[in-house]
Design a protein around this ligand. Structure first.
Ligand SMILES: Cc1cc2nc3c(=O)[nH]c(=O)nc-3n(C[C@H](O)[C@H](O)[C@H](O)COP(=O)(O)OP(=O)(O)OC[C@H]3O[C@@H](n4cnc5c(N)ncnc54)[C@H](O)[C@@H]3O)c2cc1C
Length: 415
């Protein structure tokens, strides 16, 4: 595949952009593969990419029931940070964040990583203590964060009102190299690189059954026919429970719709990401100028990829206290994605009761930031059959053993 470069843009400009190749091929499925990955979201595509790049396994298919990136990967609010409390979480999220720093160059695809800084506001005494604790933990983990006071918050984000009627801003946990990236581009960049390695990305192809022989996975049934495989990676976020049932086991996962909304575009007024966990909302400004606003999760399990008006109302009502200027904005659209929540708010990267069948899920409301690190760790698990250091603590056995990795505070407003 031809590399994207300034020279290529100039060349194509001269010939009316007729010479661009398709970014990825759309082949029919082959009869068998060494590895099949179910789910062409960011995590599935990154798993395939690092299988090829780090482990030389390229006879791989990624099977997607809709269009690639059409699940949560294309529906999230793109916050990237690694300021988690527990060591295993900080390790995998920081690995991901550091891979994001050079991902555009690695993939030869501009994913628009913007390390503009992320702040999590402390609006109660309890939050101050919690975030100071996280800042200390991060210092020991080698993750660059600091606890800043209200004046620094105002300096970094002038549109904030420090004296909210209910919750004044008392400080914030600040991660200067956190930020955002273009979510679709992350999926597209990985897809293009996988296709370039000879892997098959098969869209509009739903997996309907998982086949096994003697306790080992042997293949899948899909809407485009049967496919044999020696190894299977299930990476389907909110649909993990459905796929696990096909493989004959149960997961400690709940699927709920998480919602977000964007405003009409306005002139640049905010060049950091702000999360306000007490009032429950968070906001950043997209390159187009829209205010990207994250809301809450539905209070009941469901598979409806929709937004709802009461969430818009609740989120905007809460955020208006801290950002009075948004009271004059028109909202453009809102939507939902089905997120996969574990009890300890930490992911699952694990072997399963079915031999050579592996699962990656449980990223819940905050897995976009983890995509490169998760793909890296999952590829190692699938290639070697055992988890490497990044995935070691995230096995399914932790739920049986009561060895939780509790991130319910760091997950915060949940991103
Ligand atoms: C509104 C919202 C805001 C969010 N904000 C953030 C944020 O700011 N920062 C952050 O880090 N995270 C955020 N997240 C979470 C993040 O989006 C997810 O954790 C992450 O995208 C999960 O990626 P994935 O690849 O695992 O899943 P997905 O992108 O959902 O991909 C899974 C794919 O599997 C496919 N699939 C399912 N069943 C089948 C089947 N039977 N056969 C074939 N294919 C199948 C689906 O079609 C889907 O494309 C947010 C999520 C939502 C919904």
């Amino acid at each position: 595949m031809r590399r994207y470069s300034a020279f290529a843009i100039a060349r194509e400009a001269l010939r009316h952009h007729q010479g661009w190749e398709r970014a990825w091929k759309s082949p029919a499925p082959k009869e068998s593969y060494d590895v099949v990955v179910i789910g062409a979201g960011g995590h599935g595509l990154a798993t395939a990419y690092y299988l090829g790049r780090n482990h030389g396994i390229r006879n791989v298919a990624v099977i997607e029931k809709g269009w690639l990136g059409g699940g949560n990967t294309g529906r999230n609010t793109t916050i990237i940070r690694s300021n988690y409390l527990q060591d295993p979480s900080a390790a995998i999220y920081e690995k991901a964040r550091s891979l994001y720093e050079t991902l555009s160059q690695d993939l030869n695809y501009n994913i628009m990583f913007s390390p503009r800084g992320v702040m999590m506001l402390a609006q109660t005494e309890h939050e101050i203590r919690g975030y100071q604790r996280t800042a200390h933990a991060n210092a020991l983990q080698g993750v660059q964060t600091e606890f800043i006071g209200p004046q620094k918050v105002k300096e970094l984000c002038p549109i904030i009102s420090l004296d909210g009627p209910r919750y004044p801003v008392l400080g914030a946990l600040w991660q200067p190299r956190g930020g955002t990236a273009r979510h679709d581009a992350v999926a597209w960049g990985y897809a293009r690189a996988c296709s370039d390695m000879g892997m098959d990305i098969i869209q509009q192809c739903e997996v309907t059954a998982i086949r096994s022989e003697n306790g080992q996975v042997s293949g899948i049934e899909t809407t485009k026919g049967a496919i044999r495989t020696r190894k299977l990676a299930i990476v389907v976020a909110g649909h993990s429970g459905v796929l696990a049932e096909m493989a004959g086991f149960r997961l400690p996962i709940e699927s709920v719709a998480l919602q977000a909304l964007v405003s009409e575009p306005i002139k640049p007024c905010m060049d950091v990401v702000v999360m306000a966990n007490t009032v429950h909302g968070y906001m950043s400004q997209s390159d187009k100028g829209e205010m990207v606003i994250g809301g809450g999760a539905d209070g009941y399990n469901n598979y409806t990829q929709r937004g709802s008006f009461h969430h818009v109302e609740e989120t905007v009502r809460a955020l208006v206290e801290t950002f009075p200027i948004i009271s004059r904005l028109k909202m453009l659209r809102w939507w939902g994605g089905i997120v996969d929540m574990t009890g300890d708010r930490s992911p699952i990267l694990s072997k399963t009761p079915l031999g050579n069948c592996f699962i990656n899920c449980g990223w819940g409301t905050g897995g976009f930031k983890a995509i490169p690190g998760s793909g890296w760790a999952m590829a190692e698990l699938v290639a070697k059959g055992e988890p490497g250091p990044l995935a070691a603590e995230f096995g399914l056995d932790r739920f049986r053993e009561g060895r939780f990795i509790d991130e319910s505070v760091a997950a915060g407003v949940a991103h």
